[in-house]
Design a binder for this molecule. Sequence first.
Ligand code: MF3
Ligand code: CO
Length: 249
Amino acid sequence: MISIKSKSELIKIRKAGLIVAKTLKHLKSKVKPGITTKQLDIEAANFIKKHKARAAFMGYRGYPGHICASINEEVVHGIPSNRILLDGDIISLDVGVELDGYFGDSAITVGVGKIAAESQRLIDVTRDALYKAINAARKDNYLSDISYAVQSHAEKAGFSVVRDFVGHGIGVNLHEEPQIPNFGKPGNGIKLKAGMVLAIEPMVNAGTWKVEVLQDGWTAVTRDDALSAHFEHTICVTNNKADILTAIN
Ligand code: MF3
Ligand code: CO
């Protein structure tokens, strides 16, 4: 069952989402050559605590970080560590918080120092794929219209979309129904309704779409070690264009 959120629930999800957005903005300002992902994790933990929210990933199915920090060929679920960011790296920062029983979830990919033009293009295409997907998340459209928007944009640019991980409903839990693949033909799945809250999260690879999970049980990496980018917003379907609940404005 896909729940329809009430006005008061949406207010709570937006409050959680605002903390997520501010945390990402803070982390982005800290990303520089020489910093470790563990230091970013501590920054996030302190920032979220200061805003009286809870980092939603910590302890989720045993996940050992406050955030996910995925560098270069790491796709998602990179565990914060003593690895130092280097000039030219790209890093996906994924943040989820719980506030007053409601969840927000968002991710960005940013460059470290000066990055290659092709790395920047991967980031830009993945961000654009997210915004095309949000634009497709309209009342009376179908769930797979979101998936199609991501896949068609990424593949037109010569990139591939990850199949093994999906976006998701969100609200009173971090992961709710439905699952939202980043590939598929349009016009399939459920019809979208106003009040559905979705975390849409394209993961786009420079090379093969195939990924594998490392021995740590979490870190997903590309099979060919080519770069991967990831963006995510929590949105609400409305009678018009979807509302982004993890934006600062
Ligand atoms: N945004 C990711 C997701 O929705 C992050 C989850 S990390 C986990 O799956 F540790 F919480 F699993
Ligand atoms: Co998510």
